[in-house]
Design a protein around this ligand. Sequence first.
Ligand SMILES: Nc1ncnc2c1ncn2[C@@H]1O[C@H](COP(=O)(O)OP(=O)(O)OP(=O)(O)O)[C@@H](O)[C@H]1O
Ligand SMILES: [Mg+2]
Length: 257
Amino acid sequence: MGVATEVMISAQDIHKGFGGTPVLKGVSLELQRGEVVAVIGPSGSGKSTFLRCLNHLETVDSGSILVEGEVLVETGASGQARYAGDAEIRRIGRKMGMVFQSFNLFPHLTVLENIIEAPMVVKGLKREQIQPKAEALLKKVGLLEKRDAYPNRLSGGQKQRVAIARALAMEPEILLFDEPTSALDPELTGEVLRTMRELAQEHMTMLVVTHEMGFAREVANRVIFMDQGKVIEQGPAEAFFAAPSLARTVAFLQSML
Ligand SMILES: Nc1ncnc2c1ncn2[C@@H]1O[C@H](COP(=O)(O)OP(=O)(O)OP(=O)(O)O)[C@@H](O)[C@H]1O
Ligand SMILES: [Mg+2]
């Protein structure tokens, strides 16, 4: 019996520029259910832009993006990208949660309120309906005792774990992370990576832009190396790190040591 695979995100030939400067030059990716894929590459290579295109924080110039087989955007023979309707875009967008480098917690809301806000506003749930789940998520990230604290009383690592709990509260199918630990002191990085490792063990589908090569090597199933707006090398994590095939990849990995 074959192993069933389920494509969660299929992005094909994504092109995106800013003010006439091309930033993504034909990037493609398939993300399977339960897969953890690390996206690595030098600053300015387009990693964040690519992630932002996937969850519609940016629009593509051309290419196609399907999420669980549903078309977010596609490009026909005309070369013109055609997006789904607004309601469809919102529905597809809810399949993905995003965790940012800068946490983006609401400063005027407590930890618990940060987590229940979106399920209440977006899903129309009542506080009583979501609160037990929010507390369970806080417990999961080890921060139940901080439920009534405001974000400015938390360490960076704690803020990021709240941000992960907040993303999970929306019950996404896929989590996108954009350098979730790069704003953190090294001693706080570990606690966030531990939370992410646990999610990976629970088979959460994750696409992680990271400069943590140790995390990529140990946790990711697959690694994608982007340079100057293109995926120039990719492969299973173990093989990728053990024997990168391009000189450019080798040089980049050397620079990350
Ligand atoms: N909103 C924008 N307007 C104009 N240029 C942009 C915008 N966003 C990104 N860029 C440019 O696109 C290029 C790729 O940026 P991007 O943030 O995707 O790179 P990155 O790989 O995430 O880099 P880093 O590792 O530093 O986060 C850069 O040259 C950047 O200046
Ligand atoms: Mg970036």
